[in-house]
Design a protein around this ligand. Structure first.
Ligand code: ATP
Length: 239
């Protein structure tokens, strides 16, 4: 783990018509670490991620990825550069098999040996997917579909993995399982940016966290310090 900033966001603003959803936020991701952005429903988390991926237009600010301003690049160029967002859990291709979904994640990559190696890595991370590789994605449980969505993103060999609420709609035990795997993936060296409403679980695995409220970052600290912060406890952890 280095102290290199791989992605920095400065003064980011995003509006939908008259609604200013993100009101000038700053944050940074350190290479090899897990950073989380936590907050309530509607605080601006998803909008922030959409702006990073180039899927909504920003009204102001800079997004610098590995030294390059990516703020006006097309989404496919951003993905090509290694900033890869996990599709929402239910967005797996339900009429394809687990294996086909994973292969699609690597469709831009030519090197067969590397693809095979990455498939082994993903099946190793998620043995459940290996067992069900020939089954249709549509027959997987919610948790398994989330695993598949993460696996598919990994098949693109990201440099930074972006996740929008992977815990959504899943039972607590499944959430723990998925978050434990995120930590394993991170220990392999991958930088992770996790956007979550499940504040407790997200801060538990994060090296650094930011709290967003109505489009503004109100707190920034280590994950552990935020977990112990009385303001965070009162507002998000049930006191
Ligand atoms: P959630 O967990 O519900 O996704 P969030 O923190 O990700 O919440 P955003 O989805 O980023 O929040 O929404 C931020 C604000 O922008 C909210 O007030 C929301 O109503 C508004 N908003 C989001 N998407 C749109 C849109 N397409 N058009 C208009 N307003 C939107």
């Amino acid at each position: 783990v280095t102290n290199k900033t791989i992605l920095s966001v400065e003064g980011l603003k995003v509006s939908y018509g008259h609604i200013e959803a993100v009101k000038g936020i700053d944050f940074a991701l350190q290479e090899g670490r897990i950073t989380t952005l936590v907050g309530a429903n509607g605080a601006g988390k998803s909008t922030t991620l959409l702006a990073l991926s180039g899927l909504v237009k920003k009204a102001a600010g800079r997004i610098v990825f590995d030294g390059q301003d990516i703020g006006s690049l097309a989404p496919h160029r951003i993905v090509g550069g290694g900033l890869v967002q996990v599709a929402e859990g239910r967005a797996t291709l339900t009429t394809l098999t687990v294996h086909e979904n994973l292969e699609l994640g690597a469709y831009t990559r030519r090197n067969r040996a590397e693809r095979a190696q990455d498939l082994d890595y993903v099946y190793g991370l998620f043995p459940r997917l290996a067992e069900r590789r020939a089954g249709l994605a549509g027959n997987l449980s919610g948790g398994e579909q989330q695993m598949l969505a993460i696996g598919r993103a990994l098949m693109a060999r990201p440099r930074v993995l972006l996740l929008d609420e992977p815990s959504m709609g899943l039972a607590p035990i499944i959430v723990q399982d998925i978050f434990r795997t995120l930590r394993t993936i991170n220990q392999g060296g991958l930088t992770i940016f996790l956007v979550e409403q499940n504040v407790r679980q997200a801060l538990k695995i994060a090296d650094r966290g930011y709290v967003i409220e109505t489009g503004k970052i109100v707190l920034a600290d280590s994950g552990a310090a935020l977990l112990g912060n009385p303001k965070v406890q009162d507002a998000y952890l049930g006191g």
